[in-house]
Unconditional design. Structure first.
Length: 534
């Protein structure tokens, strides 16, 4: 086992103060400014909220139209598998090194400070473009013709208010929103089954009728098999956006109680949650509406284009559209809240790495990084730029940008995990030394990294079939931006790629040993309902 003395940025270690003794005074000095206010139920539900968002309720109609029922399900299942592998890889790393804005801190520790700088500022660039605020204005348009600017103002104020106290407020809001989504999904699944099996008076039994006519695959842009393949691959980008919020479980690990236990728990449950909630909901949806119904992709961006709404309106059920739209609105506002939280923590982490002004390390007495929160909030009015054009079109461009940044994040998580495992080998550690590991987990980073890289490259492939400059820019602009940020910091700071033998594992393992997490407390009272989120 090799002794490593790699000291990067603000990682401050005090090892071997006295001969024969080992003491870790502080693993992350500045991290202690943040309070650990999030409990297991918050992290579990934040993960669920991240997976089940506007993509499931609204854009799934466009996916169904492009790929057909089986093509859509296969596309979403492909992304579900990739993201599940990626989050398990993330959990192994986060359990060893839990920190706020984990990918940014871990990239600095395991790869190169320039990699940390590049992703951190690319992430900030995506956060200050408030795509989810645009979504709230589009969703509200279902009920009213009032200017979108009014609703943008309302939700900007609400987002700021919900983030001006402590991270616990954010956690409670996400917990409440997740409960609403679970109830909506269970209701949609049950109502969809009733409709499909002929339980609605005056409606025939559908069964698998729409899988037979018009069929299981749709042709998109071109006829025949080529069109079916294009439809499948074009839906992958939408699926990436839909699963984008899952990385939030590690993003707040520096503010989570017992992160070495709770972060892996949340990550392990992503796969069966995706299968049980997401895939079943999509399957039921594919049974009750045909992919060639023009109403399921009307471009409005609100509930009127939801496949569930279309199916139930046709069956004479009138109350559903407003219910779906209301809960989707909470989903969009939840995502806007998450953007504000992510922005402030990204700035905190960059400042901790010496890659942003130290003022962003300031927190209030409740551990909230208030300077970063204010600065991130100042960019929220950029959403007003959409008022001069179609909000739904602008939102489509923002989806492309967000999806590509998400893929870069997944690639970075995979690279960190790969380098962690190589460093373990080189320095004489075993994977069993990790506080959390799974059997066969060594390959997780490699598989998810290669898959995410391919998805990033083909994300805008339909542009080359039918050229659109705006779509091309929104699909691929993040790649040169990332390279530019990386090159700038590499040349400016003359950073070096960290060798496997120089990655500081010693202090991380010492921190695990000297700061054990307490055993789980037995569940009592209402907490026994934890099976809903644990």
């Amino acid at each position: 086992m090799k002794n490593t003395e790699n000291k990067v940025a603000t990682f401050e270690y005090n090892v071997g103060i006295e001969e024969g003794s080992v003491e870790v005074v502080e693993v992350f000095k500045e991290e202690q400014r943040l309070e650990k206010r999030l409990e297991q139920r918050h992290i579990q539900m934040i993960a669920l909220v991240g997976v089940i968002g506007t993509g499931l309720f609204l854009s799934s109609g466009s996916s169904l139209q492009k790929a057909g029922p089986l093509g859509m399900l296969l596309s979403y299942l492909t992304i579900a598998i990739i993201v599940s592998l990626n989050q398990l890889a993330m959990a192994e790393t986060a359990a060893l090194m839990p920190s706020t804005a984990s990918s940014i801190r871990q990239a600095q520790h395991f790869i190169d400070p320039a990699m940390s700088f590049a992703y951190g500022w690319l992430q900030m660039w995506s956060i200050i473009v408030p795509s989810e605020l645009v979504a709230t204005a589009v969703i509200v348009s279902y009920w009213t013709d009032l200017s979108s600017g009014i609703w943008l103002t309302v939700f900007i104020v609400l987002s700021v208010l919900s983030n001006c106290w402590s991270v616990r407020v954010y956690g409670e809001l996400e917990f409440f929103f997740a409960i609403l989504k679970i109830l909506l999904i269970l209701g949609l699944i049950l109502a969809g089954l009733v409709l499909d099996l002929g339980g609605v008076p005056g409606q025939p039994r559908l069964g698998f009728h729409y899988w037979k006519d018009p069929g299981v695959f749709a042709s998109f842009m071109k006829p025949g098999s080529a069109g079916k393949a294009i439809g499948f691959f074009s839906v992958l980008n939408s699926a990436v956006y839909s699963f984008g919020g899952v990385q939030n479980i590690a993003y707040l690990s520096g503010e989570t109680k017992n992160p070495r236990r709770n972060i892996p728990k949340a990550a392990k449950r992503i796969l069966y949650r995706v299968v049980s909630f997401y895939m079943i909901t999509l399957f039921i949806m594919s049974l009750i509406v045909p992919y060639n119904d023009p109403r399921i992709s009307n471009g409005s961006g609100n509930a009127s284009g939801s496949p569930f709404v279309v199916a139930f309106e046709q069956a004479g059920i009138k109350a559903l559209p407003s219910i779906v739209n209301a809960i989707v609105l909470t989903s969009a506002w939840s995502a806007a809240n998450t953007g504000l939280v992510a922005g402030s923590r990204t700035l905190f982490s960059l400042a901790n790495n010496g890659q942003a002004p130290k003022i962003f390390l300031r927190t209030n007495k409740r551990g909230l990084p208030w300077v970063g929160t204010i600065v991130t909030a100042l960019f929220m009015p950029l959403s007003y730029m959409t008022l001069g054009s179609s909000s739904s079109i602008v939102f489509g461009y923002l989806v492309n940008v967000t999806s590509s940044i998400l893929l870069i994040n997944w690639i970075l998580i995979s690279a960190i995990h790969y380098r962690l495992n190589r460093a373990l080998e080189v320095q004489g550690y075993s994977r069993s030394d990790l506080p959390f590991h799974i059997r066969g987990g060594k390959a997780l980073g490699l598989i998810s990294g290669i898959s995410s890289s391919l998805l990033l490259l083909i994300g805008g492939f339909t542009i080359f079939i039918k050229w659109d400059t705006a779509d091309f820019v929104s699909a691929y602009v993040t790649i040169p931006l990332f390279v530019g940020f990386f090159t700038f910091w590499k040349l400016f700071k003359k950073t070096k790629w960290i060798r496997y033998e120089d990655i500081d594992l010693k202090s991380l393992f010492q921190d695990v040993e000297l700061n054990p997490e307490p055993p789980e407390e037995p569940l009592r009272g209402w907490k026994r309902l934890q099976f809903l989120w644990a």
